[in-house]
Design a protein around this ligand. Structure first.
Ligand SMILES: [Zn+2]
Length: 271
């Protein structure tokens, strides 16, 4: 599933490609992936212009000139792919096709069809339940530490909770905990102040480094131009079961925590 660095990379690529373009038509090929219902969705968006593209948590947000927003969640296998003018066939598994006046097209493709595209009205609080942005100024050490206080949830499970901190998924939760040398099962509220400081730093550091590498392609993730990321070559623990820990040279283990595979080092993640 695309996490913060992958969604950020997609949003930046899209911004370069579609900002300023006017939407000529929208065709919904899979009604269940859009909101509101397809006819209205198609009618409302046609004629509007893309004012900007950003990210909130794991959502790609296309701001329209009308003040409304097209909010996209890619879920497991969703992709947003830009096609040059003159391309005749949409990407395989395209669920929504957006055509621009200049002939360029945007395909929202998704093999598994869990991804969603929603038209939000200007004042609609669609992101009200979404947690802190870990790379923003609001994610101070004090705010982060305050979120952990009193929580018995294992820290790995806590980090995946989008209502607390937005954008961290399985890959970057595993990587940040390894970097901060914290055991994934450790109850969040019991982590020492010193270790909290390390984790706060590790979360930001891992996410920034992954964005620099244009995300991690361990599955079928590609950005808006169809390019794979590069951070899979720099992973320290994620999917490295049985390989040596880069720090202590002992084998990385894989355990399951809240139904999610969790990769970590028993020797150096002892905090
Ligand atoms: Zn180790």
């Amino acid at each position: 599933m695309p996490e913060l660095p992958e969604v950020e990379t997609i949003a930046r690529g899209l911004a370069n490609a579609v900002v300023g373009k006017t939407i000529d038509f929208v065709t919904v090929l899979r009604p269940k992936v859009v909101f509101p219902e397809p006819q209205r969705f198609e009618r409302e968006i046609a004629g509007d212009r893309i004012g900007g593209v950003g990210r909130r948590g794991k959502f790609v947000v296309l701001s329209l000139a009308s003040g409304r927003q097209l909010v996209v969640h890619l879920r497991m296998t969703g992709r947003l792919i830009v096609q040059a003018a003159g391309t005749t066939s949409p990407e395989p598994y395209t669920n929504v096709l957006v055509g621009f006046r200049d002939g360029m097209r945007l395909c929202f493709a998704d093999v598994r069809q869990f991804g969603r595209m929603r038209l939000a009205e200007p004042e609609e609080p669609w992101a009200a339940g979404v947690g802190l942005e870990p790379l923003s100024d609001e994610f101070s050490f004090e705010r982060f530490s305050g979120l952990l206080d009193g929580r018995a949830t294992p820290i790995k499970v806590f980090l995946l909770d989008q209502r607390r901190i937005a954008g961290i998924g399985n890959i970057y939760a595993c990587e940040a905990l390894w970097d901060a040398r914290i055991r994934p099962t450790r109850p969040a509220g019991s982590i020492s102040k010193q270790a909290r400081r390390r984790l706060h730093h590790s979360i930001q550091d891992v996410l920034r480094r992954a964005i620099e590498m244009r995300g991690t392609s361990v599955d079928d993730y590609v950005d808006a131009e169809g390019l794979r990321g590069g951070f899979q070559n720099q992973l320290s623990v994620y999917s490295r079961h049985g390989q040596n820990c880069l720090r202590c040279k002992r084998p990385i283990v894989r355990t399951v925590l809240a139904q999610r595979g969790t990769w970590w080092c028993r020797t150096c993640q002892r905090t």
